[in-house]
Design a protein around this ligand. Structure first.
Ligand code: CA
Length: 227
């Protein structure tokens, strides 16, 4: 998983980065709430470790902002404040878990693992095709570090292709599933081509590996393949 550590204490942040990297995660650190928000707007983060005492804002103020951007992103609060009141407040504000400093590193790793399990079991699994990630519930798509600005129709097209990753999806199936058109008599190819061409620009332009391919005489396929 890719984790964002929001922690202004460099020593703690570095030891977290080191430990989490050793346990197979990738990490990046933000020392302020503002930096954290700009990272969360632009990059794919799968879990947040949040210190409550930040130089520019309180972590408890930051948490609702994180929730506005990513309603289901797992957040673990890390704090020296051990009082039961702040624990309850943190969970009320939308944290998924809570760890009081000083904590055993193995406990943090165990809790991250538990959140990871809960997420993969949850009702909103993310769909991943290479570096492209779709969230069917939030209806968001991210490729690499770029959040894609898709129209609802483009998202539906992409979702339909993603449910058959690596297999050609026929024009008939796309017309049926995305536009609800069941009759082949409707002249529809041009409209579909316009939407598909816009979608391809957004998904593939600027990336060396193209993910949407035309399968002549059939339709389209999503995946890192050469049809
Ligand atoms: Ca701090």
């Amino acid at each position: 998983m890719h984790l964002l550590i929001i922690e202004d204490n460099r020593r703690i942040a570095q030891s977290l980065e080191r430990g989490l990297t050793e346990s197979g995660h990738t990490t990046q650190t933000a020392e302020t709430g503002m930096v954290a928000l700009s990272i969360l707007k632009e990059q794919l983060v799968e879990l947040v470790v949040l210190d409550l005492g930040l130089p520019d804002m309180d972590g408890m103020e930051l948490l609702p902002e994180i929730r506005k951007l990513h309603p289901s992103l797992p957040v673990i609060i890390l704090t020296a404040r051990g009082e039961i009141e702040s624990r309850v407040a943190g969970l009320d504000a939308g944290a998924d878990d809570y760890l009081v400093k000083p904590f055993a590193f193995s406990e943090l790793v165990a809790r991250i693992r538990a959140l990871e399990r809960r997420n993969t079991r949850g009702v909103a699994p993310q769909i991943r095709i290479k570096d492209l990630m779709l969230n069917p519930i939030q209806r968001t798509a991210v490729r690499g570090a770029t959040t894609l600005d898709l129209t609802p129709r483009e998202f539906d097209l992409l979702l339909c292709l993603s449910q058959h990753t690596g297999e050609p999806v026929s024009r008939e199936m796309l017309a049926r599933e995305v536009w609800n058109i069941t009759s082949r008599a409707v002249p529809f190819d041009n409209i579909m081509d316009v939407h598909m061409s816009n979608l391809r620009k957004k998904i593939d332009a600027g990336f060396a590996v193209k993910l949407i391919h035309t399968v002549r005489g059939i339709g389209f396929v999503l995946g890192d393949i050469q049809p």
